[in-house]
Design a binder for this molecule. Structure first.
Ligand code: BGC
Length: 773
């Protein structure tokens, strides 16, 4: 065994994390401008790598090249495929099997090119962290960095070298199950956290034995499917694509991500994995990306049309931009896909397409070159195997430092949405823990649980019990649904048979923790919902418990992978903590927050509507010619909702203490188009407890050639302050902040006024203005 070079410096690295976000950056926290330079210096050997790539490429046969651009899942891989020079394997995580397949690749394939083993380590491998939407709520890049760091370490221990993360799909679609997988509705927040994840995953050099190559996904605009239905059509303007959906990809690529995944969805009629514009023109040419693009799962095959009769005779078809398999392969390859996942059309039809002149040898060589380049950079030719013997990998999982980081991350991701004084609860009082998510490890792991196991989770019940000095009691109330359609109970909690017992247990205790929400199966891929309700009869459960216990402290803890529409039930909740899916340390983290050991300081990364019908509703919307006014007619309102506002806006979150944000000041009243200025703002803890505030800075361009969003987040910092203490924060603003992309894809900086808002949510109304000359 090679000794694990444990990064003693994780803490230090986090502090020094560079959060400058390329292509649009308010600068947050400490900025280490040397970081990028050092990373490039580490790449001094790129010249050698290119020579080695060329040398290898010149010795490869066409079949070996086609095999190299093929990527197969664990259940499709055969040893024979590997001997013939297969490029990569996904979802194989058994360390013995990985070692054996790699041995065959290195020792028994003609050229000995190592395999690249990939997996979806999205929010943890075995030590499961909160879902990325929760990390978004932390507004803390260190949380994303640590999640990615420990995820990479555990993944690398079994022999993996690539993760299909970070997912940086900005989304305004609450019904979409995959809104759980990224940082929510804002491009800037997604950029900052995406960069932190790339850094955590790759480190300075992903050949390090604890590092992986990152793969931002899904290029692009996958987060905007019509109706919120997964895989569905996306149609949007160039300026929207460039201002909302591309920035996090650009930031992740500039942070060094060396692979990327194209998306299932069509944008303006062109599917992501058949899209020359996004993959080749933007990613590869405009941004200079020299790594490789893998297709999403069977996305190449899906470019085909389905036969009019019996579409189910041909699985994986439907976009209808290619007539058949060869057509799909030609389109994907020519558009820029370098590695085909799961379907094998590159391999099966490559020779035929080449002889017909429908693809070129230089494009095949380019794809192979990109893959080999990443394999060399990953150090796979020198160290093809995991840093541990297969039998030792298990000992690398769930190590105390990783588990402690997961607990801290879960606590920092929680958002206090309401508190009528019920919280924090008293750890010396008898506590009833009620609800379908209370004694539940399974759902706490969320929709990408990696190799996490239900039994690794400390449940809410156990977490509360461990910290409670008085008796803890429990009743389930009802069950959420963990089954997949077709079924008759998609939501669960349809029966009130357990409500009587739940009310009785709650009534017998001095205080109550009510753990309600969605099951993990309701989030993630192919898990869109047509409603945003609290599933089943849970609202009723809350009402009954509340009605039987007027005035009793009740902590409502809500688990979900999306914003829910709580307009009808919020009045019955004396308090509300949004806990997302917190991961393996769900119970301790909930107890930390409920009992006040951790003062909640997260803020919402997505808007919470009052009712489903308001969705999509998001803070960074364009204005209209008829601004919403609930009390008048001819304007942009809903006649049946007496408010223009959501229930909770983006950036909203309370604390057990209180803060004042004041003294917004600009370093100058005007700036040239290429100049920069500083916005400073003061934050003071005006309450009586130590706590966290997320200070947020928004811009608005009130007169522009394209109507600009009413607010755009361009800076934030989460600060911890003792009572009575203040801090002044500074945010640097430049063209990347006050400019925007127009509909021809050009980045423009227009002269005129820019408004700057600072505060504790997207409703911030403290304002200063400056002029761009
Ligand atoms: C998902 C990707 C994932 C891939 C491999 C696809 O279905 O869309 O996000 O990386 O599967 O597991």
């Amino acid at each position: 065994m090679r000794a694990s070079r444990l990064r003693a410096a994780i803490g230090a690295a986090v502090v020094a994390l560079t959060i400058g976000v390329a292509g649009g950056a308010g600068v947050i926290a400490q900025t280490d401008s040397n970081d990028e330079a050092e990373r490039r210096a580490d790449r001094q050997s790129d010249g050698d790598i290119e020579r080695r790539v060329d040398g290898l490429l010149s010795r490869m046969t066409l079949q070996e090249k086609l095999q190299q651009i093929t990527l197969l899942p664990d259940f499709k891989v055969t040893e024979d495929e590997v001997r013939r020079g297969l490029g990569a394997v996904l979802s194989e995580t058994n360390p013995e099997r990985i070692r054996e397949l790699q041995r065959i690749a290195v020792e028994e394939s003609r050229l000995g090119i190592p395999l690249l083993f990939a997996f979806d380590t999205i929010h943890g491998f075995r030590t499961v962290f909160p879902i990325p939407l929760g990390t978004g709520a932390s507004f803390d890049p260190d949380v994303a960095f640590e999640d990615a760091t420990y995820g990479a370490r555990e993944s690398a221990a079994v022999g993996l070298k690539q993760t299909y993360a970070p997912m940086v799909d900005v989304s305004h679609m609450a019904r979409w199950g995959r809104i759980a997988e990224a940082a929510g509705e804002d491009p800037f927040l997604n950029s900052v956290l995406g960069v932190a994840r790339v850094r955590g995953t790759q480190g300075r050099d992903y050949s390090d034995e604890e590092k992986l190559v990152a793969s931002p996904k899904h290029l692009v605009a996958y987060g905007q499917p019509e109706g919120g239905r997964d895989y569905n059509t996306t149609d949007m303007s160039e300026q929207r694509l460039r201002n909302f959906y591309l920035p996090p990809f650009k930031a992740a690529i500039e942070a060094g991500a060396d692979t990327a995944m194209c998306s299932f969805n069509a944008i303006n009629g062109v599917p992501g994995c058949g899209n020359h514009y996004t993959m080749t023109e933007i990613l590869k040419r405009e941004w200079g990306f020299d790594g490789f693009i893998e297709s999403d799962w069977t996305a190449v095959a899906e470019l085909r049309s389905c036969p009019p009769q019996n579409p189910s005779d041909v699985p994986e078809c439907g976009h209808g931009v290619a007539a058949d398999g060869p057509g799909a392969a030609a389109l994907a390859l020519n558009s820029g896909v370098d590695s085909e996942m799961t379907s094998t059309f590159f391999r099966d039809f490559g020779a035929q397409l080449l002889s017909e002149g429908r693809i070129s040898m230089s494009r095949i060589d380019d794809a192979v070159r990109r893959i080999l380049r990443v394999k060399f950079r990953a150090g796979l030719f020198e160290n093809p195997y995991a840093p541990y013997e297969p039998g030792e990998a298990e000992a690398q999982m769930l190590k105390p430092d990783a588990v402690a980081a997961a607990r801290k991350a879960a606590g920092r991701s929680m958002v206090l949405l309401k508190n009528e004084g019920a919280l924090p609860l008293d750890p010396n009082k008898s506590t009833a823990v009620i609800g379908p998510l209370a004694k539940n490890g399974h759902d706490m792991l969320g929709p990408w649980w990696g190799r996490g196991r239900d039994e690794d989770v400390v449940t809410v019940l156990d977490g509360i019990d461990q910290q409670n000095n008085a008796p803890t009691t429990y009743a389930e109330g009802c069950k959420v649904s963990n089954t997949e359609p077709p079924h008759t109970d998609p939501e669960g909690c349809q029966s009130d048979a357990g409500f009587g017992e739940a009310v009785a247990v709650a009534s017998a205790a001095e205080q109550v923790v009510l753990a309600v929400g969605e099951s993990r199966e309701m989030s993630g891929e192919a898990a869109s919902r047509s409603t945003l309700d609290l599933p089943g009869r849970q609202e009723e459960l809350i009402r009954q418990i509340r009605a039987a216990n007027p005035g009793k402290p009740i902590a409502v803890v809500l688990f979900s992978g999306r914003p829910l529409a709580l307009g009808d039930v919020i009045g019955d909740m004396p308090s509300l903590i949004q806990a997302w899916f917190p991961g393996v340390q769900a119970g301790p983290a909930v107890a930390d927050v409920v009992f006040g050991k951790v003062n909640p300081g997260g803020s919402l990364p997505v808007t919470f509507p009052r009712r489903l019908g308001q969705a999509p509703i998001y803070y960074n919307h364009e204005p209209t010619g008829r601004p919403c006014n609930p009390d008048a007619k001819f304007n942009s309102r809903y006649r049946d909702i007496p408010s223009c506002d959501p229930l909770f806006e983006f950036g909203y979150g309370l604390s057990y203490t209180s803060f004042e944000i004041s003294n917004l000041a600009l370093s100058s009243s005007s700036v040239s188009r290429s100049g920069r200025l500083t916005a400073s703002v003061q934050v003071t803890n005006t309450g009586s407890r130590r706590g966290d505030e997320v200070v947020q800075l928004y811009l608005h361009d009130p007169v522009a050639s394209i109507s600009q969003p009413v607010r755009r987040l361009r800076g934030f910092e989460r600060v911890t302050l003792d009572p009575g203490r203040s801090r002044t924060l500074r945010f640097t603003l430049d063209a990347s902040d006050f400019g925007f992309y127009d509909n021809s894809g050009r980045f423009v900086v227009e002269p005129g006024q820019i408004d700057v808002y600072a505060g504790d949510s997207s409703k911030a109304d403290m304002k200063q203005s400056f002029t761009v000359r």
